[in-house]
Write a protein that binds this ligand. Structure first.
Ligand SMILES: [Zn+2]
Ligand SMILES: [Zn+2]
Length: 420
């Protein structure tokens, strides 16, 4: 049998990596611009880190985690998302003693055993950020502004819509949950099997069900936004006012539930309709109870995450070309002696910072020029016997199909200008 990758796992190939780098670099720069520091956490945690934070009665924990026993029998899980591990690290390293406010971002692979779909994989990459220690609504707005700036920076601001809601807190959500349960009990027979079960464990999740019947019943269900306590109402109002003050548009969507239990108050999604059905490409919210839940002191927090595959897909849709990694200068040569010179020249020009390519396979000049063309090189340097003697080489401008002669100094200067 031929070896192959696991279902739902994929390679990111060289032809796509330029776009990936472009997007990842923009995201990292956005985080740095807003004062976040990168944190690198393990891909593997004790299962309870996720079970206790994401919530035992969520799809992720119930059905989607890659969980297995370690050699000593302890239960381990490949991280299905980043926040739980970051919070675990925040608590374990007592970061709260170092500064009243800590801002962290992370990137890396996450693992969820979902049904693979367009742009959704079982092994996928995420970038996310968290602010610990601020309950100010301005922090929510600032985080949202950063994500909005990121989409703007990669040319996707017109392709995404910001949707906003509030899930309330420990003060107002329990009463709302009861209200919701009473409502759904009256429609129990019309709910799907999963939702009948959710009725006892987590009625909020019914609002998130994708089954037609459940969507229909959910339409008339009581809304969290209509049942917020005064503090939550005020907090939500300030988030909206802060966004208004910097001109960031949003839509209120009371149906945002998020697939995780830990959210409180602000929740948001950046959605797009350019990838088929309306779909979130970035999402997050406030989770004021989670740090305490994982053994730390009471610490308000807000964060977000986005799956890179889906952003790459959207980005390709909007800007199809122009992110391939290209050679700056290709070095072609004629004859054995020139080959040695080509080898040395390639080494020297690279130290000026340009991407230089050469093929020492002893092929004809014609086939070398073909390769130069294929590499996307902006310029090709041609070295022959004449050039060896004079120290002046032929420089071919591949875009303009013109040629002229240059000395070594001029060539190095050009190379440092091409520096990508
Ligand atoms: Zn359902
Ligand atoms: Zn409240």
């Amino acid at each position: 049998m031929k070896i192959r990758s696991i279902k739902g796992f994929h390679d990111i190939l060289p032809e796509d990596i330029g776009r990936w780098h472009h997007i990842e670099e923009h995201a990292k720069r956005s985080c740095e611009l807003y004062g976040y520091s990168e944190i690198r956490i393990p891909v593997l945690e004790f299962t309870e880190v996720f079970a206790r934070s994401i919530g035992a009665a969520t799809d992720i924990v119930e059905k989607e985690m890659y969980t297995f026993a370690d050699r000593d029998g302890s239960s381990l899980t490949l991280r299905p998302e980043g926040t739980a591990g970051v919070v675990r690290s925040y608590v374990e390293n007592s970061m709260y003693t170092k500064s009243p406010q800590i801002k962290l971002y992370y990137t890396g692979m996450m693992f969820r055993h979902e049904r693979p779909q367009k742009g959704r994989y079982r092994g996928f990459y995420q970038i996310g950020a968290e602010i610990f220690g601020s309950e100010a609504p301005e922090s929510d707005a600032e985080l949202i502004a950063m994500i909005s700036g990121f989409f703007d920076g990669i040319g996707l601001s017109k392709s995404v819509t910001l949707e906003l809601s509030s899930l309330g807190d420990g003060e107002c959500r329990p009463a709302y949950k009861t209200m919701l349960m009473d409502y759904f009990i009256g429609h129990k027979d019309e709910l799907c099997e999963d939702c009948q079960r959710r009725l006892d464990t987590n009625p909020l999740r019914i609002l998130d069900c994708k089954q037609k019947g459940c969507i229909e019943i959910s339409k008339n269900a009581p809304k969290m936004l209509d049942n917020l306590c005064d503090d939550c109402t005020q907090h939500f109002t300030r988030v909206k006012e802060s966004l208004d003050s910097i001109g960031i548009p949003y839509e209120i969507n009371p149906k945002i539930v998020r697939g995780l239990d830990y959210y409180t108050r602000t929740v948001f999604e950046f959605t797009t309709d350019q990838l088929g059905a309306q779909n979130a490409v970035a999402a997050g919210g406030r989770y004021d109870g989670l740090v305490k839940e994982l053994g730390g002191p009471e610490t308000p927090a807000v964060g977000f995450a986005m799956g890179i595959e889906r952003i790459v897909l959207l980005h390709k849709e909007v800007i199809p070309e122009g992110f391939e990694k290209k050679t700056d200068i290709y070095i072609a040569y004629l004859g054995e002696e020139a080959r040695d010179a080509a080898f040395k020249l390639a080494y020297e020009i690279r130290s000026s910072g340009a991407r230089v390519e050469a093929d020492y396979g002893g092929k004809s000049l014609k086939s070398q020029m073909k390769r130069a063309d294929k590499s996307g090189a902006r310029y090709t340097v041609i070295i022959g016997e004449e050039e060896l003697k004079s120290g002046i080489v032929k420089l071919r401008d591949m875009e303009e199909s013109s040629e002229h002669e240059v000395g070594m100094e001029e060539l190095k200067k050009l190379a440092s200008e091409l520096k990508s």
